[in-house]
Design a protein around this ligand. Structure first.
Ligand code: PGA
Length: 254
């Protein structure tokens, strides 16, 4: 049984007061939409006020990153236990972190392990770059990212995977529903080699990359796609609501 999920990745956008405004604009309506997991991932500094605002609602809170150590002399970092107090989910291994901040597969796997250890549900991001896509190396790249990111993780309870082709992120050039479905099917089959059939069957895999209210239906209609990780469009209350509403209508629990 896979409940669809739409997660909004706000990235490095919104001051605290802008985050509060956005939550006040969209969350009362968001709260009313059923049969779907609705997640918002504001910047770290807004997690506390946003968690207060959505307390008691059906909206889930996610962070955009974490560090894998529990505490100590790691200036500027945020640890899993700090987040576990506030959030249910955490985005890990986003391509922007891999490319701008040099996150390797090994770091990503340590982060996934640390998140799970703290009771957080990781949204693990994988996806190929444009040159790999054009050279037909998508399968090779995503299976490698998957196995390195999940190395040493025996029980991926609550794990969510987001397939985000790097060439589709923030570019307005989304994959087609069929392309995304095919790669997500492949990811699901690859996880079957790592975990039991039961875990694989229940694993939610999202598509991400230029998702909008205009194209969400194309993805959600595909059998392998369980939802979306939404960047730019998650910063617009009406558009994010429309994405969540359409997903809930098209895709009841399966
Ligand atoms: P985008 O970003 O929707 O703005 O393309 C998606 C993501 O990076 O998660």
């Amino acid at each position: 049984m896979r409940i669809p999920m739409i997660a909004g990745n706000w990235k490095m956008n919104t001051t605290v007061s802008e985050a509060i405004k956005l939550v006040n604009e969209m969350c009362p309506e968001l709260d009313k939409i059923n049969n779907i997991d609705k997640v918002i991932c504001p910047p770290f500094i807004s997690l506390v006020p946003v968690s207060e605002l959505i307390k008691g609602s059906s909206i889930k809170l996610g962070a955009q990153n974490l560090y894998f150590e529990e505490k100590g002399a790691y200036t500027g970092e945020i640890s899993p236990p700090m987040l576990a107090d506030l959030c249910e989910l955490v985005i890990i291994g986003h391509s922007e972190r891999r490319h701008y901040f040099g996150e390797t597969g090994e770091m990503v796997s340590k982060k996934v392990l640390a998140a799970l250890g703290a009771g957080l549900k990781p949204i693990l991001c994988i996806g190929e770059r444009l040159d790999d896509y054009e050279a037909g190396r998508t399968e090779e790249v995503v299976t490698e990212q998957l196995s390195s990111s999940l190395a040493g993780i025996a029980h991926p309870d609550g794990l969510v995977i987001a397939y985000e082709p790097v060439w589709a992120i923030g570019t307005g050039r989304a994959a087609t529903g069929e392309q995304a479905n095919e790669t997500i099917g492949l990811i699901r089959r690859s996880t079957a080699k790592l975990y039991s059939d039961e875990i694989t069957r229940d694993l939610r895999i999202l598509y991400g990359g230029s998702v909008t209210a205009d194209n969400i239906a194309e993805f959600i209609q595909q059998p392998e796609i369980d939802g979306a990780l939404v960047g730019g469009a998650s910063l617009k209350a009406a558009e994010f609501l429309s994405i969540v509403r359409q997903t809930s209508e098209i895709r009841q629990v399966r």
